[in-house]
Design a binder for this molecule. Structure first.
Ligand code: SF4
Length: 395
């Protein structure tokens, strides 16, 4: 769905590449402009030539005037709500994009420590994947974010506290906005600009097109991959993940683990052990039985040494979705089968981000962004508010 955008973000790679091709900026000046824009506090509103020259004299006055003429802004979006949990482990902000669409971004912390934070970014407004248990899916796709709008989320978060990890687990399916997501990852990893290590970026996909997972090998070979599986077989997956009907489960898993195998081959000498994160949203009487656990173990058996399974108990939302959370006993039984009986690395995840919803959030159909996954202890109830998005985060 196309969007009519008047302003351009200084972090937008399409803009930056164009300016270099036109000879308005050299490659070196482009890099200096990015470093400068990433270093100063985010500024909302119009930016004139004096502003650009002020934060980065190296671009020169002529280029600064071009930036003004082309309506380039430091921030094309504006924060309209920010909220931190009472425990202080999560801060969520709602941002209004220049065309009025709204997205959410979430900063997640280990406890209240603000030195190793993770930001969960959105890459689309709404989502066309229509997963049955996901409120974002009920919105349909309202628009793709530009790479600049994705980076702006990181820049805002990083201005609040140092961000170490970036997870593409907010609103939208990253591979459905492939070019912008890949551009944003490249910029995040660019030396001296945003300082994010590639392996600290996690891209989460429902896997609607295995060929795109194969493309990741060429485009972003060092990022971590999370696959939203949610089912132990094709039949159940087809019921809850509509895009699954076009993708044989085995082809999907093959493509995803090939990506991990490729990473392992590349990093063998460095001793890194890349893993594929399997996200599994547990829905009562749909995919939470003992048989499902055994079937999932069988399904993933060929890749046992390369899979980390995150079990995510479903949390009800106020949108009309006919699913129920699993029974606590069923969750831990499922976990036991995977971990103790079959030797998988498996975790029951609970989310951060239990911030109270408010009116704008309601307009987003009560969608709560991602939420960092933290491990629950057996015998405890996985906490949860209105979790909508099931792609899940790791730090
Ligand atoms: S779970 Fe992910 S892919 Fe599925 S509808 Fe929600 S945001 Fe889209």
């Amino acid at each position: 769905m196309s969007r009519r955008l008047e302003w351009q973000s200084v972090f937008d790679e399409v803009l930056l590449r164009g300016l270099v091709v036109e000879g308005i900026l050299s490659t070196e000046k482009r890099a200096k402009l990015l470093v400068a824009a990433a270093s100063v506090p985010p500024r909302e509103g119009a930016c004139d030539a004096a502003y650009w020259f002020g934060i980065c004299p190296d671009v020169g006055r002529a280029a600064a005037h071009v930036l003004e003429e082309r309506s380039v802004r430091h921030m094309t979006s504006r924060v309209i709500h920010i909220e931190t949990t009472s425990k202080g482990d999560t801060t969520k902000f709602v941002t209004e994009l220049q065309d009025g669409l709204k997205i959410e971004t979430c900063i997640m912390r280990k406890g209240t420590t603000r030195t190793r934070s993770t930001v969960c970014v959105s890459c689309q407004v709404g989502c066309s994947m229509a997963c049955k248990f996901c409120a974002t899916g009920t919105l349909g796709l309202l628009g793709n974010l530009t790479s600049g709008e994705i980076i702006e989320q990181f820049v805002r978060a990083n201005a609040l506290e140092p961000i170490r990890n970036v997870v593409y687990m907010g609103m939208g399916e990253p591979l459905a906005n492939y070019a912008a997501v890949i551009s944003s990852i490249h910029q995040l990893c660019e030396q001296k600009v945003h300082h994010v290590a590639p392996h600290r970026i996690t891209l989460s996909t429902v896997g609607f097109d295995p060929r795109l997972i194969e493309d990741l090998i060429n485009d972003v070979p060092d990022v971590s991959l999370a696959l939203s599986l949610h089912a132990p077989n094709q039949l159940i997956r087809d019921q809850i993940v509509p895009t699954s009907t076009k993708v044989p489960l085995h082809s999907l898993l093959k493509a995803a683990f090939q990506f991990v195998d490729y990473q392992r081959a590349l990093s063998a000498k460095k001793g890194k052990r890349q893993m594929l994160f399997i996200e599994y949203c547990m829905l009562r009487n749909v995919n939470d039985s003992e048989n499902c656990a055994k079937e999932l173990a069988q399904l993933l058996k060929p890749w046992k040494d390369r899979a980390i399974i995150n079990l995510i108990p479903y949390n009800p939302t106020d949108v009309s979705i006919d699913f129920e959370p699993p029974d606590q006993t069923a969750v831990w039984r499922f976990h036991h089968i995977l971990k103790s009986d079959h030797g998988f690395q498996a975790f029951v995840r609970q989310e951060h981000g239990q911030v109270r919803t408010y009116s704008c959030h309601r307009a987003l159909k009560q969608r709560q962004v991602g939420g960092k996954a933290t491990e629950s202890k057996p015998g405890t109830a996985p906490r949860g508010g209105a979790r909508i998005r099931m792609h899940h985060a790791r730090t």
